[in-house]
Design a protein around this ligand. Sequence first.
Ligand code: FMN
Length: 161
Amino acid sequence: MKALIAYFTRTGRTKKTAKAIASALTNHEVSFFPVELTGKYVEKIKKLDKFENKDFSAIESELSTLDAANNDLIMIGMPTYGNFPPKVFDEILVRMKNLKGKKVIVFNTARFTGGKSLDYMKEKAESAGAEVIDQARFAKFLWIGEKDAIKFGKKVNESLS
Ligand SMILES: Cc1cc2nc3c(=O)[nH]c(=O)nc-3n(C[C@H](O)[C@H](O)[C@H](O)COP(=O)(O)O)c2cc1C
């Protein structure tokens, strides 16, 4: 089976979580659609600001390749910004071709909240025609470990075998 994991990360926590989940998807051939902010702190903030103002020109060529076809599972992981994921989440849903009817799992990372944002992600993915089969929140104030993410990945792996 094939799985595509799309994620956004600014400080690396969501990336680490996505990789840990992927490590447990042993029955899947996993590919990634990473949206990672690079550069120095100020550069990252400027890039994030553009994204939050719905300017995705910096990743336009990558976005144009987004296609759920040929994947059995799509996972989308995001940080939590207030009660919402960053705007790139909505853009990924809009831009991903062949999402209708696909099995989707949404997950997020947060420092202490994230529940409402995760609900938003689920609802939005369903509105885009996806079948949301699971969701997970990974919240730690200081440090996000890999244990919970691997555990979740194993559960997903077994449920789709
Ligand atoms: C602008 C902004 C808003 C945030 N809002 C929340 C929040 O409402 N609740 C929360 O638990 N964490 C919040 N966080 C923390 C991030 O969601 C958390 O650190 C996340 O794991 C970062 O993911 P990343 O390392 O992949 O960028 C916020 C961070 C930023 C930069």
